[in-house]
Write a protein that binds this ligand. Structure first.
Ligand SMILES: [Mg+2]
Length: 309
């Protein structure tokens, strides 16, 4: 195993060998790897096979022209967010406007100044990194750093589709901190926040690599455990429950915090719809609360039972 840093790959779609040679030499000095495609069709195939960080796109191409390539890139969910810089022999304002309006991030005329092109490339890559960071942030809970509700909805749908396709087990657990409102009311919201952060740390510490934790809102959490039967999930959930119960909280050392879990391995009515799975996990959690809290309850669809000790 080599410990090399990830490379940033740039794909040039251009029918001129010379342009590829010039770009390759220039980009290497920037620490970028240039990949080459000589036509639009070849370029689109390369992008789909292994999406690059950025595309340099010629307009005058044999067969499919650059505008058409750009349209294909922007029409496809898998490729539409890859930044494209048009690199064209035309300095016609109409072409520039058209390319930029179709979604290119920049337009550079050939022959280009190497330093200027490199600088524009760096700007495009920097902007892309910021956009990706913002997109990630929009799916992360600000207090705990766990994924948020929005991301949960997408991940649950994905996990259910994968599980259904491969016939693999999946466990969905809902967790809720017991009597959390009284922690806030008695010790203040900063103490409550400390409990939420502490619980998130426990989740991240106890979950296995493929498991994913979410804060759905307030003191409600969800755990997605792929390739895991409900029975297997109990061990994980019991570990989390025991860890939390054992924490001595600096702000309220004589007040332990517990949590209740409801876990489901199928949807209500046997459905694979996310809403049916959420309903099953919710019913199990409700049953855990009603049975006295600080415990795990299981829902096999409609049937609720306590976790075996
Ligand atoms: Mg050309």
């Amino acid at each position: 195993m080599s410990g090399s840093a990830p490379v940033t790959r740039v794909l040039a779609i251009d029918d001129s060998e010379d342009i590829h040679a010039i770009l390759r030499a220039r980009l290497e000095r920037e620490g970028l790897v240039l990949e080459s495609a000589a036509s639009g069709a070849e370029g689109l195939a390369a992008v789909l096979a292994d999406p690059p960080a950025l595309i340099l796109l010629d307009l005058g191409l044999p067969g499919m022209d650059g505008f058409e390539v750009l349209r294909h890139l922007k029409d496809n969910d898998r490729t539409h967010s890859i930044p494209v810089i048009v690199l064209s022999g035309s300095d016609d304002a109409k072409d520039k406007v058209r390319g930029l309006d179709m979604g290119a991030v920049d337009y550079v005329c050939k022959p280009f100044d190497h330093y200027e092109l490199s600088a524009r490339l760096r700007v495009a890559l920097r902007t892309q990194r910021l956009l990706e960071m913002l997109a990630r942030r929009a799916q992360i809970d600000g207090l705990t750093g766990l994924w948020n509700r929005e991301h949960f909805d997408a991940r649950l749908a994905d996990a259910l589709a994968t599980s259904a396709r491969h016939g693999a087990p999946l466990a969905l657990a809902y967790g809720d901190l017991d009597h959390f409102k009284s922690v806030n009311d008695t010790y203040g919201h900063s103490a409550g926040d400390a409990v939420l952060e502490g619980f998130a740390d426990i989740l991240l510490g106890e979950l296995r690599e493929a498991d994913v934790a979410f804060r759905l809102g307030g003191e409600e959490f969800a755990l997605l455990l792929p390739d895991t039967t409900v029975e297997e999930s109990i061990a994980v959930l019991e570990r989390i429950r025991a860890s939390l119960a054992g924490v001595c909280w600096p702000r309220h050392p004589d007040r332990a915090i517990t949590c209740s879990f409801g876990v489901a391995d199928r949807g209500v009515g046997g459905s694979w719809e996310p809403s049916a799975w959420m309903e099953a996990a919710d019913k199990a959690l409700y049953a855990a609360k009603n049975a006295g809290r600080d415990r795990v309850m299981i829902a096999h669809g409609e049937e609720i039972e306590p976790a075996p000790c």
